[in-house]
Design a protein around this ligand. Structure first.
Ligand code: BGC
Length: 725
């Protein structure tokens, strides 16, 4: 990024909301060009073209950051695109910056935030050594584009025949350039293409196409239609109990792609929007509906796939596939809660419970490094972490435990998986400020002030709609503090700082937790829940793990299933299997009646659901108020599949898989398990299979890596190579 700093910000001279603006400029390259590069960004999402050809493949560029403080700039090599006579266009759609009601807000605050603009510099080097720099400015043309409507939640209307009859010159305006930075994250690109599996005529008589997979992206379609016809594609994740197209769970998001036919044939796809869907419904479609005219294009951040898991139970394999699809569907530049309804936000709690799984499934180092920079940018002066990053809920000083934990847990996980020490250094001040905020809001080591989501969506509350009732919020918050301050202490030590004070406060908090919520290693009856036991165990709070684990095991046995929500679920199986109850962990994992992971699999899910019963046995739905079928949070169980079923564990003292613990947990209901993780140090594999009551293990340890194999309590040290036991 260089010449863009001398360019001018341009916007439309008209008030343009909820539609595309196109800036353009013609120029001649009089001499032989040796190189040309384009630096560009926008407030909104941009699509640059030179001579009609798309520049780069970044979808929804420049991505989503905390725009007031950080805006990414992309630099493209466009040498091959320059001809003698040229026209460069930069289309800008509202995107995350300026879409109607984005962030669940309406009204003035959002309106004040809805300006779209662009800034760019095209640097051309000629063969004779001369450099020409074309920058955005008042000499650029500006007109309304053919996307006559666009907003992330509602979708868009595209009119190929539209021509702005009042084009004008762009308006220059002053805006600080110190928010500009070179792109930090992965770009979002088109990934796989899926053909429709089936054309369905629903009981209501509607024409619906099923792509067989819930996903995030858009549909490319061939269309002719009759002139003036408004062909409508609506998107849905599921069909209802009767088999009809179901969109109630999208809440206010219309999620439609509307094409105004001009009687000519077009192949069209979205440019500024994305949808979460498996099914599409066609309305006003006068062309014959043929499968080959529709292709779903999956889009997500361009992360490299690193983790694989397979076992003898096809249901678990499907669950694992659903987890992968959950990550693809929600890692679209920022980690979102869901990709379909009028939300699609970077909820911190969801990200922190899933980050470990995410970092095994894919290489997410760059993805999270960018998001964590936004987290730090949006952290308030008094240390609180907003619920969503980038923060669109401002102004607010709410700071919920377990959600705000993203500030400590995410950097720490990048350190564990990738040995990334820089992220710890970069995050240290933010972690300290967050822990100081908790200290100031705690009394005698117990953090029970402020707003907390609690064990969100758990099944302990008196009704499933009591999303945050159940486990005592002060218990959860205090446990989270104990967990986070442990991460802070370790991070300080890594950075050569003295952590004694943090540790002392943590100790005080542990004692306070035990005396307020526990007696003799058991959670007191008035606080007793599965999640309470899980946290006391997994965060190392209990002084009698055997007794707490026994209590947890009893609680599971009593009802025969899990009851945990967002806070307890990620650690439930770990808390059991780490403390001698591997069989109970497998019981929970392999159960297919509600509530369980496999219930959704049994119901035909292709992604992870928000609720244990997003859809019920009879096909009825959880309330329309909040029901996503693509919510990755509970997919965090994959870290147990990798780490326990297959037994691949990182060693905190030698992060980045420099030393690995290999300790698989077998179960008689599975005959084999295979997992692999492509680590920065090479491929780590763990496989076991049981035949005639005999289990064989095979581990692959990459060059330069050591491992401790733990089988039946016996430890064996091994080096690189393939090892059989
Ligand atoms: C989101 C969640 C999020 C929650 C906060 C919901 O609307 O979809 O996943 O964490 O709000 O509790």
């Amino acid at each position: 990024m260089k010449n863009i700093l001398n360019a001018q910000w341009i916007k439309s001279p008209k008030t343009v909301i909820d539609r595309e603006i196109v800036f353009s400029k013609e120029f001649k390259a009089e001499k032989e060009v040796v190189s040309a590069s384009l630096e560009v960004t926008a407030l909104g999402v941009y699509l640059a073209r030179i001579n009609g050809e798309r520049v780069g493949d970044f979808i929804l560029a420049p991505g989503w950051t905390s725009y007031k403080k950080r805006l990414q700039v992309d630099t493209y090599d466009v040498t091959a695109m320059i001809a003698e006579n040229n026209v460069i266009t930069i289309g800008v759609g509202p995107g995350w910056k300026a879409s109607a009601y984005f962030g669940m807000h309406s009204g003035e605050w959002q309106l004040g935030f809805r300006e779209m603009a662009a800034i760019c510099a095209l640097t051309i080097k000629y063969a004779d050594g001369e450099t020409r720099i074309i920058t955005s400015g008042g000499d650029w043309n500006c007109e309304n584009g053919k996307h006559v409507y666009s907003s992330l939640y509602n979708g868009y209307i595209y009119d190929p025949a539209y021509k702005d009859i009042f084009p004008a010159k762009a308006q220059v305006f002053e805006k600080k350039r110190d928010i500009l930075l070179d792109r930090q994250g992965e770009k979002v690109v088109e990934q796989e293409r899926l053909e429709p599996k089936e054309i369905i005529i629903t009981p209501k008589g509607e024409t619906v196409l099923d792509f067989g997979q819930n996903m995030t992206g858009y549909v490319e379609f061939k269309i002719k239609g009759n002139k003036g016809e408004r062909a409508v594609i609506s998107h849905a994740e599921v069909l209802d109990a009767e088999g009809n197209f179901y969109t109630d769970n999208l809440r206010s998001a219309k999620a439609q792609a509307i094409f105004i036919c001009d009687g000519k044939e077009h192949i069209h796809k979205s440019e500024y929007n994305f949808f979460g869907f498996r099914y599409i419904r066609l309305e006003n479609w006068s062309d014959e509906v043929k499968k080959e005219n529709f292709t779903a294009i999956v889009v997500h951040s361009d992360m490299k796939r690193t983790g694989y898991f397979e076992c003898s139970d096809e249901r678990i394999n499907k669950l694992f596939s659903n987890i992968i699809w959950g990550q693809k569907g929600n890692f679209l530049d920022v980690p979102t809660d869901c990709p379909q309804r009028d939300e699609r936000l970077g909820w911190t709690g969801d990200a922190q419970v899933f980050v470990k799984t995410a970092s095994y499934n894919y290489d997410v180092e760059r993805f999270f490094t960018k998001w964590l920079a936004d987290l730090r940018a949006d952290q308030t002066g008094w240390g609180t972490i907003p619920h969503v990053i980038p923060n669109v809920f401002e102004p607010s000083d709410d700071c919920s435990s377990a959600w705000a934990e993203a500030a400590t847990v995410c950097p720490w996980q990048l350190y564990l998986t990738y040995a990334n020490k820089d992220i710890i250094k970069d995050s240290l001040e933010s972690m300290k400020k967050y822990i100081e905020y908790i200290d100031e809001n705690s009394y005698g080591g117990i953090w029970d002030r402020g707003w907390h989501f609690g064990d969100w969506l758990n099944l302990d509350g008196s009704s499933p709609e009591d999303c945050s009732k159940g486990t005592e919020k002060g218990l959860i918050a205090t446990a989270c503090y104990i967990f986070s301050s442990d991460i802070l202490a370790k991070s300080m030590e890594l950075c050569g700082e003295d952590s004694a004070e943090v540790k002392a406060k943590r100790e005080e908090s542990i004692l306070a937790f035990r005396s307020k919520f526990m007696a003799d290693g058991r959670i007191l009856p008035e606080y007793e829940t599965q999640t309470a036991c899980v946290l006391a165990l997994h965060f190392g709070i209990t002084d009698n793990a055997a007794e707490t684990a026994k209590q947890l095991n009893e609680l599971v046995a009593e009802c025969g299933h899990l009851k945990t929500g967002f806070v307890g679920t990620p650690y439930l199986l770990h808390a059991l299997s780490d403390n001698g109850y591997a069989k109970t962990a497998y019981d929970i994992l392999l159960r297919e009646e509600y509530p369980s992971w496999l219930f959704s699999v049994k119901m035909g899910a292709t992604t992870i659901w928000e609720h244990w019963d997003s859809m019920r046995e009879d096909g009825s739905m959880w309330s329309t108020s909040m029901n996503s079928f693509n919510h990755y949070a509970y997919g965090s169980v994959a870290d147990w599949l990798y780490g326990d079923a297959a037994g691949i564990k990182t060693d905190e003292s030698k992060p980045g898989f420099e030393h690995i613990i290999l300790a698989p947990l077998t179960d008689s209901r599975l005959t084999y398990v295979k997992a692999s993780i492509e680590t920065r140090r090479g491929l780590v594999k763990s496989e076991w299979k049981t035949e005639n009551g005999k289990t064989e293990y095979e581990f692959t340890v990459p060059e330069g890596v050591t491992a401790t194999v733990i089988l039946d309590g016996k430890e064996t040290e091994v080096g690189a190579g393939v090892h059989k036991f």
